[in-house]
Design a protein around this ligand. Sequence first.
Ligand code: ZN
Length: 244
Amino acid sequence: MSTRISAAKLLQVWERGQLQAPVEKALTLLAAAHPDATRETLAALSIGERDGGLLSLREQLFGTELSSLTDCPACGEQLELNFNVADIRVGPTAPHVPLYLSHSGYELELRLPNSVDLLQLTNYSTVGEMRARLFEQCVVRAVHHGAVEQANEMPAEIVDLAIERIGEADPQADVEVDLNCPECRHVWQTGFDIVSYLWSELHSWAWQMLREVHVLASNYGWGESEILSMTPQRRRGYLEILGA
Ligand SMILES: [Zn+2]
C-alpha cells in the first residue's frame, strides 16, 4: 500500500459499503488500500491477514492512535481507552502453512478461515451452528485410525482442539486489549474489532466531508470534485474564512 487514497475515492468506498454486511465492508475497505488486487485474492486472505491490512489502512488514513469508550465490568465506571496500532499488531505470521492436529487417533489437516468462509455463515443463526460450519470448512483432510473421517462426524473434543489450533495460528484475527480501571483497580481484557472501528471512523469522516463540500459549494459555487481534490488544509482555510 503505497499510493495515497484520495478523498473522492474514500467517499466512494463509504458509499459502496453502506449497505454491505461487515464481512463485505471489510473487503471494500481493503480493496481501497490494494487497488491492484482482485476481490477473490483479498477474500482468500486469512482473517488475521485481512485485519493486519485494515490496521495499516487505518494508520494511513487516521494515524496510529486509537481510542474508544468502555465500561468497567466491576464498578460500571466509563473509561476512555487509548492505545496504539502497535499494541494490537501481532508480528508477521505464516498463514498459508498447513496446520496439523493429532489427537486420540485423529489426524487432521486444517487451514485458516478467510472472508469467503465468513460470508457463507450468514445463513446460520446460532453461534454453535456457525462454529460447526466454520470448522467443517477449515478441515482439509481428516483421518481416524487410518480411515477417512467426515468433518461433521468429529467428536466435540476434537472440534474444540482444532478451533483452538486455528486461533493460535492466526492471532491477528482475534486481538485483545489489556484494561485496568483507575477507580476500582479491576483488570480485564476486551476484544477489538478493526472492521467496525474503522468503518465508524470512515462514516464520521464522510459526513464531515459532505458538510465541508456543502458549505464551500454553497458559498463559492465550486463543484464537488474540485472541492474534494483540495488538500484538507486548503479546505479548512476557506472554512475558517467563512467562519463555518
Ligand atoms: Zn472499575
